[in-house]
Design a protein around this ligand. Structure first.
Ligand code: FAD
Length: 437
């Protein structure tokens, strides 16, 4: 008998997962609490665009969707640093200076995945179904819909319902797993820079950063030639600005080049919501070999490496591989999936937190800039033997945990080489001095 799989959440992870499972001949029902986003408008101020890099593209290529998604993508080759005063500073992401991460519209990506899932044989998508009850052992689900409560049954239940996962909440309630969230003491708010005279107001080939020590703003380009800016400020500090003059005065002082480019600044600031940021830890990710969490539901991370969705897409590829490796046995594939992925998702969670400090503070320092230039020089001198962390994370599919190990090894080797070089230089200097006496 064909197995019935219920996926809860038709966001990026759930809709991609439906496409992968359909290829296995499974019967999939995708339940989403929102109305069909393809017929409505996006939520205000909710991460309008995303940086998709090699891991995400690898997953999209496997279902033949990479070309379509990349058609509207805007490649960003590096960071453009905006100091309070002085010239802009472009810092390339790769040693070869030609590799890019891609700014794409979150809603366009989600819609493309929903279209692909809707076309896939065996997939049904039901919108306006909010999961409110689950018996994970029996595979019974309860949804709230506009016409009342609806019950459903599945052989396998996969929770792809994001950082605040209801599936996870139900499993915690059953005592099947434990979760914990480390909230960052920062919130985020989106602002917009519209096109100016039909053109981009800033260079669209870069991810723009306004590093301000304990806070920062970033901006990514959109296909309509606007930019979406995201402020990352300490929690509570958003409330300190409540009137138009206060907001304008603050931005004139701290983000002076933004003011002339963002005519809707005050309106955006006053009306866009403040989002929370955090890392979700869950132990274990699955119960009874038939219910599991995937994507942000299992391991939401802070967004500073631009890897949350990329990592979630990699989850989908790995789960598919685990089903291959276990002959399609969910009871064996789900624990295997967790065993293979956990170290990697822990590693990117840690690297994403570290990247916040780099982006909001270090990128502005001349010492950091020099360090990056030296690192790129070493990469060019030792091609394939020394590869920076950023390149390994963004431009390869090297498992995140292996990236962490490799970068440690490289840094140790480099430090050793510097000590040896300094020693040799000392010996040489002493020899020269002795020969002159
Ligand atoms: P979600 O996108 O949260 O989708 C979950 C879906 O489940 C939603 O459609 C929701 O409506 C549905 N749902 C929720 N509850 C229920 C329920 N009870 N019943 C039914 N359906 C339900 N990642 C990157 O790779 N690159 C970036 O540049 C990047 N930038 C980011 C910037 C910000 C500010 C933030 C906050 C995140 C960013 N991310 C980025 C991370 C990325 O957004 C997430 O990792 C990604 O959206 C996870 O996808 P998901 O499908 O697992 O969860």
């Amino acid at each position: 008998m064909t197995q019935r799989v219920a996926i809860v959440g038709a966001g990026l992870t759930g809709s991609l997962l439906a496409c992968f499972l359909a290829r296995r001949g499974l019967t999939v029902t995708l339940y989403e609490r929102r109305p069909d986003p393809r017929t409505g408008s996006a939520e205000r101020g909710r991460s309008i665009n995303l940086a998709i890099s090699e891991r995400g593209l690898d997953a999209l290529r496997r279902i033949g969707l990479a070309e379509e998604v990349m058609a509207d993508a805007l490649p960003m080759m590096g960071r453009m640093i905006h100091p309070v005063e002085g010239p802009l500073d472009f810092q390339p992401y790769s040693a070869s200076q030609d590799r890019a991460i891609n700014s794409i519209s979150r809603s366009a990506l989600n819609n493309a995945l929903l279209d692909a899932a809707a076309k896939a044989p065996g997939v049904e998508i039901v919108f306006e179904h909010r999961l409110v009850g689950l018996d994970s052992q029996a595979g019974e689900l309860v949804f709230e819909t506009p016409s009342g409560r609806v019950e459903a049954q599945a052989d396998v239940v996969l929770g792809a319902d994001g950082a605040g996962s209801a599936v996870r909440g139900q499993l915690v309630g059953e005592g099947a797993l434990a979760d914990d969230a480390d909230f960052l003491d920062y919130g985020y708010k989106e602002l917009s820079i519209p096109a100016a005279g039909g053109e981009f107001a800033l260079d669209p080939g870069a991810l723009h950063i306004w590093p301000r020590g304990t806070s920062m703003m970033i901006a990514l380009p959109n296909p309509d030639r606007s930019f979406t800016c995201t402020l990352f400020w300490p929690s509570g500090s958003f409330d300190a600005l409540t009137t138009a003059p206060q907001i304008e005065r603050y931005f004139a002082e701290h983000y002076p080049d933004l003011l002339p480019l963002a005519p809707g600044l005050v309106d955006d600031y006053l009306h866009n919501p403040v989002g929370v940021l955090g890392t979700v830890h869950v132990q274990p990710w699955q119960a009874h070999g038939r219910t599991a969490l995937i994507g942000d539901a299992a391991h939401a991370i802070v967004p500073f490496y631009g890897q949350g969705a990329n990592c979630a897409f990699e989850d989908v590829v790995e789960l598919d591989r685990c089903l291959d490796d276990t002959g399609g046995s969910w009871a064996r594939a789900l624990p295997l999936f967790e065993a293979r992925r956990r170290d990697n998702t822990d590693a990117i969670a840690e690297m994403a937190l570290a990247n916040f400090v780099e982006m909001r503070d270090k990128v502005a320092s001349p010492v950091f800039r020099l360090g990056k230039q030296l690192e790129h020089a070493v990469e060019r001198a030792l091609p394939g033997r020394y590869v920076s962390r950023y390149e390994l994370v963004s431009f390869t599919t090297t498992p995140y945990a292996e990236v962490r190990r490799r970068v440690r090894r490289q840094h140790q080797a480099l430090a050793g080489a510097v000590v040896l070089a300094l020693g040799a230089l000392g010996t040489l200097t002493r020899t020269v001095l002795r020969s002159r006496r």
